[in-house]
Design a protein around this ligand. Structure first.
Ligand code: PEP
Ligand code: MN
Length: 331
């Protein structure tokens, strides 16, 4: 149950109510308590202490439509997503920051396409220890330079909690990768960050587990959480993963969080990315994340799925009428 406390309730009293209900206390403009969802009835002695009490059927609580009917709005200096904005945010860039030249080519390319958010990884969660692991802090600094030089927003991922503070300090949007979705150190730290977090769905996670991972961030006090579907593992092996568009419908129906889709990691091959991206935009989501690279064949990670610049430009042009057809604009 989510309880908004009356302004007259002191922090100490709120803490004692939280203890009584085994609830998490969130201190913002008002104090909000979130108890386990099995509490369905507000104890009568608390009635005059709360302004709002919302009982939800399971532990999708702060992220639920029962709590907030509208998709949460996330504001950036020159655009916003969610709420009534009807924007579909385009995010692109290479899988990894590789060299100063490569990331600058990517940054310039974003500017030429009107893309406001540059994405590239510096801490790569690879399946083999012998693959390129990312440039780490050096990569973060290059991304920060691109922000300064080209006025772009940056999104980059945190792989484990050893460098979470470094990533938070350098990025505009914190990406939590699919393999890190269950890392509670990262989730809890991001709950205290004052920046938007893009949380990717673990490829073996149910929708319930995915949204409950988001609840760790929300209940830490950070209400700027974006869900990212990036494909789940099924019996099919001809594509890298399977983009769960049914799941996207579920998330749109049941949650109040903006949704960004990542067809690149789902497909695993450049040839399918454009078709999937059009399907994603047609679903009316808040954004798309597409991997692109100046020379995909030479990429140091995820070479098979990255679009070259001509392919991305063609895709952008084809997405505009799709967005328009569903009452959205690309930003
Ligand atoms: C990535 O975004 O480059 C990445 C590693 O993705 P995921 O966490 O979805 O595998
Ligand atoms: Mn990648």
């Amino acid at each position: 149950m989510i309880l908004h406390l009356n302004k007259t309730v002191s922090l100490a009293e709120a803490q004692s109510i939280a203890n009584e209900l085994k609830a998490i206390l969130i201190e913002k403009d008002e104090i909000v308590l979130v108890s386990p969802s099995k509490l369905q009835e507000l104890p009568s002695h608390l009635k005059d202490k709360v302004t709002k009490a919302i009982a939800v059927p399971n532990d999708i609580q702060l992220a639920s439509k029962q709590y907030l009917k509208e998709t949460r709005k996330i504001k950036f200096p020159n655009f916003e997503i969610g709420g009534d904005s009807n924007s579909t945010l385009m995010i692109t860039g290479p899988c990894s920051v590789e060299t100063p030249l490569q990331i600058e080519q990517a940054a310039k390319y974003c500017v030429s396409q009107g893309v406001k958010v540059l994405r590239a990884g510096c801490y790569k969660p690879r399946t083999s220890p012998y693959s390129f692991q990312g440039l780490g802090l050096e990569g973060l600094k290059l991304l920060a330079e691109m922000r300064e030089k080209y006025g772009l927003h940056i999104i980059t991922e945190v792989r484990d909690s050893s460098h979470v503070d470094e990533v938070i300090a350098h990025t505009d949007i914190i990406q939590i990768g699919a393999k890190a979705m269950y890392d509670h150190g990262i989730l809890k730290r991001c709950g205290k960050a004052n920046k938007p977090v893009l949380l990717k769905r673990g490829f073996g996670s149910t929708l319930q587990e995915f949204v409950q991972a988001a609840e760790f961030i929300l209940s830490g006090g950070n209400d700027q959480v974006i869900l990212c579907e990036r494909g789940i593992r099924t019996f099919e092996t001809n594509t890298r993963f399977t983009l769960d568009l049914c799941g996207v419908s579920f998330l749109k129906e049941k949650t109040n969080l903006p949704i960004i889709l990542d067809p690149s990691h789902a497909m695993g091959y450049a040839y399918g990315v454009a078709d999937l991206a059009r399907a994603c935009v047609a679903m009316g989501v808040e954004g798309l994340l597409i991997e692109s690279h100046p020379t995909p064949k030479e990429a140091w990670s995820d070479a098979a799925q990255q679009l070259n610049f001509d392919e991305f430009a063609e895709l952008m042009a084809s997405l505009k009428p799709v967005a328009q057809a569903v009452g959205r604009k690309l930003v």
